[in-house]
Design a protein around this ligand. Sequence first.
Ligand SMILES: [Zn+2]
Length: 412
Amino acid sequence: MTPRTHKRALRNWINLSATGILSAVTACAAQPRHAPRSPQTAAPDVAAQETPVGPPIPAESSADVSAGTPRPASEATRAAHAALREVYPFKDQQDFEDARRGLIEPLPNDGEIKGAAGQVVWSLRPYLEYIKQGERAPETVNPSLWRQAQLLMINGLFEVVPGVYQVRGADLSNMTFVEGTRGVTIYDPLVSAETAKAALELYYAHRPKRPVVAVVYSHSHVDHFGGVRGVVDEADVKSGKVKIYAPAGFIENAIAENVYAGTAMGRRASYMYGNLLPVNAQGQTTAGLGVTTSSGQVTLIAPTDLITQAEEVRTIDGVRYEFLNAPGSEAPSEMMWYLPKYKLINTARRATMSARCTTSTSATSMAILRTSTRCRPPISRPSTWRRSADPTRCWRPVARPCAKASIAGAPR
Ligand SMILES: [Zn+2]
C-alpha cells in the first residue's frame, strides 16, 4: 500500500464516517451497522480467541444445529458446565469488589443512549433485566461467561484514584479521564460519538467542566477511537488546541482492518459475538470482552502526535506518561502507558483485571498495580506479546507482578 493509497482511503473513510455511511468497522470489534436490533455488536478481539479452559464441550449433531430453534441445554452441555464449576473459583468475589470500587454513579436510564434522530444506539436495559447479580448461570450459559457478564453489569462513572476517572458500561470499551493542569485528557473514546458524548456528560456531572485538551488512542481498533467526534471538535485539533496521541502505524492499521477488511471482519464478529441474537439465556449473554458495541456514528480524527519509540515519555497537560509501544499484539498498532504520579498502568487490551484470566472485566484496561493485577495470558501471538510485555518490568517495582503474570499466565 502506497502512502497515496492510504491517504485516499483515510480521506474516504473520514468522509464516510462523518456522514454516517460507514458500513462496517473493525475493533476489539467490528460491527455490521444497521443490524436488526440495537445495540449492535462489533468485531473480533483477539481476546475472544482464547483457548477454553476445562473439558471440551461435545459438538452437537448437524441435525440439531440446522433446526435453528432455541433448545434447552443438552445432557452434554449440562455436564460440561458442571465440570467448569469445579474448575473455576466461583466463590472468590474479589473481582466483584474490585469492579465496584470507586463507583460514583451508575449510568442514567439503564444506560440508554440515543442518537440525533432519537434512535437508541446503546442500552444496558435488556442485559440488566436478564443478568442478575448473585444468580446462578442458566443451564444453557457457560458459568464463566455468566460471571463475566455479571461483572460487566457493574456500570457507571468510577473514580480510579483522585484525578483519574472512568466510565464503564457505556459501550464495548471504557473511557478514561486523566485530569491535568489545564483540563482533562480522554483515553479511548468508545465506538460511537453518541456514547462518548454521553460518557463525557456523566463525567462533567460530577467533576469540574474543564476542557478536553488531549485524546489518547490506545490502539487501532474502533472501540478505542470511534467516538472521538463526540468529545472533540476537529477544528480545535486543527488549530492545535487539542492534541491526539496514538501509537506508530495507527492510521495505516485502522484503515487496513476497518476499511479494507471491514466487511469480512464485521461478519466474523457477528458469528463470534452473536450480536444478532436476542439477549437471553438461549441467545446472547454479552460479548464477554464487553457488553456489546454501540450502533451510533463511528468517527475518526487523525492523530497529531505519534508515539514511535519502543519506550517514550511525554508530558500531556502536566502529567507524565511513560508510553510503551506494543505493536503486533492484540492489535497491529497498540501501546500501553504508565502514570508514575498515580502509579497507574493502562494496558489497553493486552492485560486486564480479569475474572481468572478469562477475559476483561468492567474494570478492563485499568489496573492499579499497587493492589493487584490479573493479566491475560498470551493468546495468539505469544512472541510479540512477550516482547512488549518484558519492558514493563522497567516500571518496577509496581509493574513487575503484571509483567510476570502476563507472560506466565498466572493469576494474581
Ligand atoms: Zn482491540
